[in-house]
Design a protein around this ligand. Structure first.
Ligand code: FES
Ligand code: FES
Length: 159
């Protein structure tokens, strides 16, 4: 085991830290109080640990913290701005797209990445893009409705 110094941006704030090569990004984040990303399968299957790296979804359970050197990381804690929910978060609330909420941080971040790359996704686009995020409460229909709603609002300049 060896430690190295890494610099990266976490939720819009530059970070510089020394970290052991073997520390998982999920543990690194949770040890710093960013507990929105959740450990569950811990083998890149369920999406509960999803974070964004350079705007794309990654499983923090299979990413080493040292791999984010020079990159930009966003967790669910960084999505709301100045106390205002992101339009996708608002849509999840409006459409009741959560039950226990365990999957919700990962769902919101994956949906955010989708709408940033494709602002007008079809239902099939959403189902395909979100297939790596599992909801144990099986609230998929309302999750898809929420993402469609957020996209529609953004399209009308309402979101
Ligand atoms: S805990 Fe990382 S994908 Fe399931
Ligand atoms: S809302 Fe419970 S796991 Fe998705």
């Amino acid at each position: 085991m060896s430690a190295r110094k890494i610099s990266f941006v976490l939720n819009r704030r530059p970070q510089e830290t020394e970290i052991d090569d073997s520390v998982l990004l999920l543990d690194f984040l949770r040890d710093r109080g960013l507990t929105g990303a959740k450990p569950s399968c811990e083998m890149e299957v369920c999406g509960s640990c999803t974070i964004l790296i350079d705007g794309l979804p990654f499983s923090a359970c299979t990413t080493l913290a040292v791999e984010v050197e020079g990159r930009t990381v966003e967790t669910i804690e960084g999505v709301a701005r100045n106390g205002e929910l992101h339009p996708i978060q608002e849509a999840f609330v409006e459409r009741f797209a959560m039950q226990c909420g365990f999957c919700t941080p990962g769902m919101v971040l994956t949906a955010k990445a989708l709408l940033e790359s494709n602002p007008d996704p079809s239902r099939d686009d959403i189902l395909h893009w979100m297939e790596g995020n599992i909801c144990r409460c099986t609230g998929y229909e309302s999750i898809v409705e929420a993402i469609l709603s957020a996209a529609a609002k953004a399209g009308t300049g309402d979101g």
